[in-house]
Each structure stands twice: as structure tokens, then as C-alpha cells.
Ligand binder design. Structure first.
Ligand code: GLC
Length: 532
């Protein structure tokens, strides 16, 4: 096998605050993750991506970094990180860190210098502008966390740009020293054996140097047009691609590392982040399943067709089902939908990224108003519900924190039934399904690397079916996902006229020979079938 690990492997995202609290302060930490590495390895995943663990005042829970080269004491020490990386590597797990290059914390030493005076040598490390007419903000750019993206700094009487929290000033990527400084940070971690980076808000790095207003936002033409470009002044600028190429060249100095880009754009624009000569990021995150307003067969079929049609020659696809910024898949889908979605994610063509807890079918937690902590909640999009503590066992703290400690976010309801301990003991649980899916994938090149052919026409509208086919292999794999709420008989004989064996059902209760011309599917049942 010569394919890189990030093509054949499965990525598992850990939100460190919420995975396991070893020191009993209510917040998850690195020793907590280390203590559960056998669980992670046992999921059959190949890499963990950790949301930021660097020094941070936590205005955006770690995405506001005050020192890129140190671990926040809340999470542990740099030694703890090195121990974790070693333990992960011992188990064959890669470790991907979050890289947040668009902004620092306002408590970063660089910003303290930059804001000190207009002639400070680091002044142009951030984006400073004079007020507009009558003291107004320099332009109409909004912050993703609500209000204007500009904050007036009294010391020097200028505004600085912050596309997120006012405690997250944007770095000025048009200043060569800034690029060099962030590239040094990348080297710092790559030299320590980190296997790659997930790059935060990659499509926002470069800014229009004329700082013109954003045009009025046109109404949506299609209900699925969730990811689109609304602010040409700071989204997907041509100069950003130069930066991406530089980052890739740096990472290519090391062996077997990966760059994953967080990019919310329509596919046509997204795929340009692979780079014209595949010299961009290895995996520009494909958020199609995350941003789609519906989870049904026609929607998913359209996403797969569209994505595959835009993929450049030689580019490796990827799919994401959830992350720390959006409602969990179990909440976004109807009953049974989470199992179906997991089967979809782990059988589509491309690298899957799974969000911690989704392997249990965990739903969004309910956050009482006095427990809301997300800075984005002010905009009406509270992300706390998708960040609740990992439920390990039925105890009041779910085994996340030691008994008697209040976790930073409330444990989601239903954890007495839905937890790792209970699901590990149940051969038909979501967890068992997840493990069966990763095992199936690992054993079959057709699923890891094979082509994907959507079956059309004969399958009823609420059944999505596709064939994964390896090169020069006898065995093909047919996946049929029934999104409907009524039992169905599907004719999938287009896949093959020969006998077929059912390998796995989302219900984990049947196997053996099936008739592809009349395949019985229960409501929201998905099946993987071996076809010769
Ligand atoms: C990304 C992160 C999100 C964070 C934002 C600002 O979208 O995923 O959690 O708030 O960037 O860093």
C-alpha cells in the first residue's frame, strides 16, 4: 500500500474541553484524552484532530491564542502533549493540531506591541484603519459573532479588524513578517512530530486592501446555497491561494504530513484549495453534509454528484458530518438518521472526519440560559449544545469529570442510556455500528480507495444507492441507504445480476444472501452488500 494515511484513514475530531477531565476542574484536558486513547484506537480511526490546546484567554474557547508555542495550563503542559503524541503514535494514531492563522488573541504579545503606538514596528502585523466619516467604522464588514468587525482602540484612535470576537484581532497576512512568524510556528510543531494541521478559517486570510464595503447580499436562489460568498473583501481572495501554496511547500519539507483546510464555500470555489497543481491543502474540508438544509436521498445524491463533478483530476475527496460549530447529526436528522449518516460517511469516497460523540448518536444538549457560554450565542447560533461532555458512563458527571465536579457545560440528557460503557456492552448500539463500519472499511480497498458509481433510475427516490469498486478486484461493495419512514422493496439489480451477500445493516441484526432485484429495507435502514 503506497497511499498516504490521510487517504485511507479516518479522522476523529476531539474537542479537548469536552472529552475527559482528568484534573477535576470541570474542563477536559490532555491527560484526559491520553487516558482514553485505547477507546479512540478501538474506534478504528487513524488520526485525531485536536481543537486548539494552546495558551488562550478562552474568549472563543481556545480559538483566541495568546501563545502558539505553549499549551494552556487548563489543558496541561507541553510535556502532556508530547506524552499524548507518543502514546497516540504507539497505537498507530496520527495527531493533527489546529492552526489558527487568521487571528490571535488580543492578549498575544504581538498585538500588545501592535496596539502600543501607530509607529510600533509590529503595527502592520494587524489591520488598523482610520474611522470612516463622522467617526463611523471604516467599512460595513460584519463580525461572524455579531455587530461590526471593527473595534475602536482608544490608545491610538484607530480601528482594528476582528472577523470574530473583538478579543480576536485579525493578523495582517499582507505583511511578510506575519507569514514568516506563523510559518515558524508550523515548523515548531512539525519538528515535534505533529502529523499535520487543520487550518482555521483558511478562506478568510487575505483581505481586500482597498477595504471597500461588502455589496448587499442577494436572496438565496436555492435552499441548499448555504455556503456561498457574501463578502468579496475578505472571503476567498486570490492572494489567499499564494499563502496556501507557501504553507504546503513548508509542510512538504517533512514526510507524511497533512494540511486540512476549514473552508465554507460552494464546491466550485472550494476545490481550488487543492491547488492548481495539487500544491494546495491535501483536504479542503467538504462541508456539504454539514450545511445542507435537508438530509434526504435527493439532497445527498445531488451533493455527491456535484462534489464529484467539481473535483480536479487527482484530488482526493473528503466528507464531514459534524464539528464543534454546528448542531449534531443526531439532532439534524430524524430518528434513525444518525446511524444512516454514519454509514454514509464511512462508505462514501474520500476521507471521513467524525466528531467526538457522534459515534454514540449523541444529540445536542440543552443549555439552560444561565449556562450559555458561547460568544456566538449572541447572534442566535449557540454552539454550546454540540460541545457537551463526552458521556463515558451513567454516573451524574457521565464519567467526564470526577464525581461531584460540575462540568463546564451540562451533560446532555439521556446519558444514563447513551454512554460509552452501555454501548460497548450492546452489540446493536451506535458505537458497535461505528466500529463495524470502520472495520469493514479497513478490510476493503474498494471502500477505502475504490471508485463511486451512483445507481439511479430503478431505486425509489428515498433510497440512495452506490457501488464502490476497487481496481482489478473481484469484489465490489454496494451501499443502499433508505431515508424513508416506510418499509421499502428496492430493485438494485443494476448493481449486479449475481448473488450478493449482506455484510452489515445499520440495525446490526442481519447478514447473508440477499436478492438485489427485491431488496427489503426497513425505515431508515442502510446496508452494505458484497457483490461479486
Ligand atoms: C472556526 C472555528 C470556530 C471559531 C472560529 C474563529 O470557524 O471552527 O470554532 O470560533 O473559527 O476562530
Amino acid at each position: 500500500m503506497t497511499e498516504p494515511w490521510w487517504q485511507t484513514g479516518v479522522v476523529y475530531q476531539i474537542y479537548p474541553r469536552s472529552f475527559a477531565d482528568a484534573d477535576g476542574d470541570g474542563v477536559g484536558d490532555l491527560p484526559g484524552i491520553a487516558a482514553h486513547l485505547d477507546y479512540v484506537a478501538g474506534l478504528g480511526v487513524d488520526a485525531i484532530w485536536l481543537s486548539p490546546i494552546y495558551r488562550s484567554p478562552m474568549a472563543d474557547f481556545g480559538y483566541d491564542i495568546s501563545d502558539y508555542r505553549d499549551v494552556d495550563p487548563l489543558f496541561g503542559t507541553i510535556d502532556d502533549l508530547e506524552t499524548l503524541v507518543r502514546a497516540a503514535h504507539d497505537r498507530g494514531l496520527k495527531v493533527i493540531l489546529d492552526l489558527v492563522p487568521n487571528h490571535t488573541s488580543d492578549e498575544h504579545a504581538w498585538f500588545a506591541e501592535s496596539r502600543a503606538s501607530r509607529d510600533n514596528p509590529k503595527r502592520d502585523w494587524y489591520i488598523w484603519r482610520d474611522a470612516g466619516p463622522a467617526g463611523a467604522e471604516p467599512n460595513n464588514w460584519p463580525s461572524f459573532f455579531g455587530g461590526s468587525a471593527w473595534e475602536l482602540d482608544e490608545t491610538t484612535g484607530q480601528y482594528y479588524l476582528h472577523l470574530f470576537h473583538r478579543k480576536q484581532p485579525d493578523l495582517n497576512w499582507h505583511t511578510p513578517e506575519v507569514r514568516a512568524a506563523v510559518y515558524d510556528v508550523m515548523r515548531f510543531w512539525l519538528d515535534r512530530g505533529i502529523d499535520g494541521f487543520r487550518i482555521d478559517v483558511l478562506w478568510l486570510l487575505a483581505k481586500d486592501q482597498t477595504f471597500a464595503d461588502s455589496p448587499p447580499v442577494p436572496p438565496r436562489e436555492h435552499e441548499l446555497d448555504v455556503a456561498r460568498l457574501e463578502h468579496p473583501g475578505f472571503e476567498d481572495r486570490e492572494e489567499t491561494h499564494d499563502i496556501v501554496r507557501e504553507m504546503r511547500a513548508l509542510v512538504d519539507e517533512y514526510d507524511h504530513r497533512v494540511l486540512i483546510g476549514e473552508i465554507y464555500l460552494p464546491y466550485e470555489r472550494l476545490v481550488r484549495y487543492y491547488g492548481e497543481r495539487l500544491d494546495g491543502v491535501h483536504l479542503p474540508f467538504n462541508f456539504g453534509l454539514v450545511t445542507a438544509s435537508r438530509f434526504d436521498a435527493p439532497t445527498v445524491r445531488r451533493l455527491v454528484e456535484e462534489y464529484e463533478s467539481f473535483l480536479p483530476e487527482g484530488a482526493w475527496p473528503n466528507w464531514v458530518l459534524g464539528n464543534h460549530d454546528i448542531s449534531r447529526i443526531a439532532t439534524r436528522t430524524a430518528e434513525g438518521g444518525a446511524r444512516l449518516a454514519q454509514m454514509l460517511l464511512l462508505t462514501l469516497r474520500g476521507t471521513p472526519t467524525c466528531y467526538y460523540g457522534d459515534e454514540l448518536g449523541l444529540a445536542d444538549g440543552e443549555i439552560p440560559p444561565d449556562r450559555v457560554v458561547d460568544p456566538q450565542a449572541a447572534t442566535g447560533r449557540n454552539r454550546d449544545p454540540a460541545r457537551t461532555p463526552m458521556p463515558w458512563e451513567p454516573s451524574p458527571t457521565a464519567g467526564f469529570s470526577p464525581d461531584g465536579v460540575e462540568p463546564w457545560l451540562p451533560v446532555a440528557a439521556g446519558h444514563k442510556q447513551r454512554n460509552v460503557q452501555a454501548q460497548a456492552a450492546d452489540p446493536r448500539s451506535e458505537l458497535s455500528l461505528f466500529r463495524a463500519l470502520t472495520a469493514l472499511r479497513r478490510g476493503r480497498r474498494a471502500l477505502q480507495l475504490g471508485s463511486l458509481r451512483l445507481l439511479g433510475g430503478t431505486a425509489p427516490d428515498d433510497v440512495l444507492a452506490y457501488v464502490r469498486e476497487g481496481e482489478g478486484e473481484g469484489e465490489h461493495v454496494l451501499v443502499a441507504l433508505h431515508f424513508g419512514a416506510e418499509p421499502r422493496t428496492a430493485d438494485l439489480s443494476a448493481a449486479s445480476a449475481r448473488p450478493a451477500d449482506l455484510l452489515l445493516s445499520t440495525e446490526l441484526d442481519r447478514e447473508g444472501e440477499v436478492d438485489l432485484a427485491a431488496l427489503e429495507l426497513r425505515p431508515r435502514e442502510g446496508v452494505v452488500i458484497s457483490v461479486r
